[in-house]
Write a protein that binds this ligand. Structure first.
Ligand code: 6PG
Length: 248
């Protein structure tokens, strides 16, 4: 476990996304300057869309050596890749369709509702053959982007779901509470092994959960995002609305 997380508060979602984009360019440069490759797992949901759109603009895209970048996903909904709920669909529309990332460097997390266990195993095998390992033999991302749900979930680690207890598998199926949709998600061992975690959280509706997670305030101190035990560095990029309940 490293030092306390670094917390960056920006006035609004666009400034937050811009600051996160600048940080990602920096992290990519460091990783590529070291090992020659930047392995990053992207978050889904709505918050990171603006970040991905910014990374596709010339100001940022021209600073990113796309041939040395490999893009993965932290979780995926069990829907076709062209479905409106698909994280891959959102990332393809906002980023992948606009930048020269080699197709071989894009690793969608296929989640077929009729074969989730097999898809989880396939993605684990991809991580095993693509990523460096830590001393425990766990695949090690350079960066994992994460969002935060109002219930304290991150990736698809939802409260009161069996995936929270998973310590062997690196990718596992999980049934999301809302609408009972199934998903695949990276598990705690992989999230904890990453060299860097970067949370991106915006909006008034997230202020209470941000306060609970960052200040361990409030009745519940076992929210999924609180139960991370990261070996690497953790940074939070917040807008002022999401940071309203914390002192920085
Ligand atoms: C997903 C994400 C999920 C998301 C949070 C926040 O697939 O939905 O992995 O963890 O980051 O639910 O979502 P918003 O950014 O839409 O608030």
């Amino acid at each position: 476990m490293t030092a306390a997380p670094a917390i960056h508060v920006l006035p609004d979602p666009d400034a937050m996304s811009r600051a996160a984009a600048e940080r990602i360019v920096n992290l990519a440069g460091n990783a590529i300057g070291g090992a020659g490759t930047f392995h990053v797992a992207l978050a889904g949901g709505s918050t990171p869309r603006r970040l991905y759109e910014l990374l596709a603009t010339p100001r940022f895209a021209q600073q990113l050596p796309w041939a040395d970048i490999h893009i993965y996903f932290g979780d995926e909904r069990a829907v076709p890749p062209d479905h409106a709920d698909s994280n891959f669909h959102m990332v393809r529309e906002s980023l992948l369709s606009k930048v020269p990332l080699p197709e071989a460097n894009c690793h969608p997390m296929h989640a077929d509702p009729t074969r989730l266990e097999r898809d989880a195993g396939d993605y684990s095998a991809l991580l095993s053959r693509s990523l460096p390992r830590n001393a425990a033999g766990i695949p090690c991302f350079d960066l994992i982007l994460l969002g935060l749900g109002r219930d304290g979930h991150t990736a698809s680690l939802f409260p009161s779901t069996p995936i929270l207890e998973e310590r062997e598998r690196w990718v596992a199926p999980v049934q999301a509470p809302a609408g009972d949709s199934w998903r695949l998600s990276l598990t705690y061992p992989v999230l904890n092994a990453a060299r860097q975690l970067l949370f991106l959280v915006a909006g008034t509706d997230k202020a209470a959960v941000v306060q609970q997670v960052l200040r361990r305030a409030g009745p519940d101190t076992h929210l999924p995002a609180q139960c991370l035990a990261p070996a690497g560095d953790v940074e939070w990029y917040l807008d002022a609305a999401a940071a309203a309940g914390i002192q920085t």
